[in-house]
Design a protein around this ligand. Structure first.
Ligand code: OXD
Ligand code: MN
Length: 581
């Protein structure tokens, strides 16, 4: 017996019997265990060692070419009533889903080892954390979970005390896209994932637990589970404000979370620290503010575009103890991806000699997995049991036109409307067409585990739960001009927008009020050390009334598509905006 918790022991036994696993390994999280699994992965060819001198303890994993991204069309929420899952999710009847999955899992581990991974999402001693156990037949998954969560003995001890945990069952199966499903059973706090070894489909602590099941847990327990980075912004007076920001996948969350301010800011004493780059769990504290933790312990970041000038902090952590997935390699066996530098790669992500005619060398959704503790800007507060107090919530999307650089909501309900209707162009983080504008409420379209209308009502309910809520903003770094060039430099210069946001929440900056929200006055915006035409800022902050009228029509249709469960206060806010245009 490897646990004192009978329900866990019985579940593991039942799964072992059903899958006919050859061996059962309870993961402890020890260094020895890590090394043994690294060796195993090297011996099976699942890992390739990278250049030990330049990248000690770094490995390359190449996934099946048909298994390179999350699969939203194969991801289901299984609730008794279809309506509970909402139009935002694929739905399957739980009984049917269990039957389908049980058939797939039957004897699927006959010649495989079954790993049992107890993990804790969030600091082990935090009341905001929640635990889970993932059973998997993939040693690569174990090594990723080791970096992405607090896993092993300490997590198991917490689970044994609490008695409840999210059950995640995973098998890579045959990696056949026709036999691939990611099923969630929110009421049972359980997940079954079959047929994929890729990150979001297989590292069940991440999207499946921390967001899909997490959002459901959060609704029932009175907190929020969000697809948000968390950063700390320290001003020259030594005060830190924490900002949580939601962006769809592959829109620069990792870059923003690790931003290095422009030189002048650094000299003046401004600093950004990183709490998390992808997921934020927050709940009201006794002081009426929202307090947040990053439930993850590592970063599973998109490699392409990560470079010295875009994200030096990320690059600095990737020279040691990192797992790379689907990147290319140079002639001397260093990891390489588009945008990294001017070197020409030797081998592409499929293992072929690189030829630019065959497409990108690294897969556009290639990733690095690395412990958060390796990040130079990682904040000590990321380990704080009580979390950090959030001053501002930011919603962003990738919009080539229309949406201004930054806008502040009039009030909480208006902020919820902004979040509920934010849109973005799709990226390579999920299979499907890239560059199509779709509404991605709170950047949770692929991740909310229940009906969006109920989720918005839950967001609105925080007005009654907390009396010192964060201010809400939208941002858009991705506006393009007539020549299809980005109008805003982004990256480090996003600091200028963050400064304005923090000044607003501390009552130190004015705003000009517009129909769609409050925007910076030019004199409150810091252009120092920036090669930027102030007229362009006026354009980035302009409200094109005709285009916004069309946008609001579309926003209304979007709300209508969620039926009569949509809270009326969202329509009321929409009316205020349209009337003021
Ligand atoms: C991620 C995603 O991996 O959002 O974080 O796809
Ligand atoms: Mn994400």
């Amino acid at each position: 017996m490897s646990t004192t918790l009978l329900s866990l022991e019985n579940w593991v036994k039942k799964v072992a019997q059903h899958t006919q696993a050859k061996h059962i390994v309870w993961c402890t999280g020890s260094e020895d265990e890590k090394q043994q699994l690294d060796e195993l992965l090297l011996s099976t060819g699942d890992y390739k060692k990278l250049n030990e001198e330049s990248h000690p303890n770094c490995f390359l994993h190449i996934s099946d070419p048909q298994d390179v991204a999350r699969v939203e069309h194969l991801t289901f929420i299984c609730t008794e009533e279809k309506e509970e899952a909402g139009p935002n999710n694929n739905w399957m009847d739980p009984q049917k889903a269990h039957a389908k999955m049980d058939e797939l899992f039957e004897k699927c581990m006959e010649n495989r080892t079954m790993y049992v991974i107890p993990y804790c999402m969030g600091p082990i001693d935090s009341p905001l954390s929640r635990c889970g156990v993932e059973i998997t037949d993939s040693a690569y998954v174990v090594q990723n979970m080791r970096l992405m969560t607090r896993m092993g003995t300490a997590a198991l001890q917490r689970i044994e005390v609490e008695g409840t945990f999210v059950k995640g069952l995973h098998s890579t199966g045959e990696l056949d896209p026709d036999r691939r499903y990611i099923m969630h059973f929110p009421k049972d706090l359980s997940i079954k994932s079959y047929g994929s070894g890729y990150g979001g489909n297989a590292l069940l602590g991440k999207k499946c637990h921390a967001l899909r099941i997490g959002s459901y847990q959060a609704k029932t327990e009175g907190w929020l589970a969000e697809h948000m980075l968390i950063l700390g912004l320290e001003n020259p007076q030594g005060e830190t404000h924490y900002i949580a920001a939601a962006f769809p996948s592959a829109c620069g969350k990792t870059n923003l979370a690790m931003l290095i301010p422009p030189e002048g800011y650094i000299q003046d004493g401004w600093k950004i620290t990183t709490i998390g780059d992808d997921i934020c769990w927050m709940r009201p504290g006794v002081d009426g503010r929202l307090w947040a933790i990053n439930p993850e312990a590592g970063f599973f970041g998109v490699a392409p575009g990560t470079a010295k000038d875009t994200n030096p902090n990320a690059l600095a952590m990737l020279y040691k103890d990192t797992i790379f997935t689907n990147v290319a390699t140079t002639a001397d066996n260093q990891p390489w991806w588009e945008g990294l530098d001017d070197r020409v790669p030797a081998i592409d992500w499929k293992g072929n000699t690189y030829d630019s005619a065959n497409g990108p060398a690294a897969h556009p959704n290639s990733r690095f997995t690395v412990s958060a503790s390796r990040c130079p800007s990682y904040s000590e507060q990321a380990e704080a049991a009580q979390g950090v107090p959030i001053s501002a919530i930011v919603f962003g999307g990738r919009r080539a036109s229309l949406v201004p650089l930054v806008t502040q909501a009039r009030n909480w309900a208006h902020g919820v409307l902004m979040g509920a209707t934010v849109a973005s162009e799709t990226t390579a983080a999920a299979t499907g067409a890239v560059g199509v504008v779709r509404r991605d409420p709170m950047a949770m379209k692929p991740f909310c585990g229940y009906h969006f209308a109920d989720y918005w009502a839950h967001w609105l309910s925080f007005e009654d739960k907390a009396n010192n809520l964060p201010e809400v903003f939208t941002v858009n770094w991705f506006r393009k001009d007539k020549n299809n060039k980005f109008m805003w430099p982004g990256f480090g210069d996003n600091m200028r927008v963050l400064e304005w946001i923090v000044k607003r929440v501390s009552g130190k900056a004015e705003a000009q009020s517009t129909a769609i929200g409050d925007m910076p006055k030019l004199e409150d915006f810091n252009f120092e050390g920036m090669d930027f035409n102030q007229d362009d800022l006026s354009e980035l902050l302009a409200v094109d009334v005709e285009a916004w009228n069309l946008e609001l029509e579309d926003v209304r249709k979007h709300l209508d598509s969620f039926g009569d469960r949509v809270p009326q206060s969202l329509y009321a806010e929409l009316k205020v905006t349209s009337r003021s245009l």
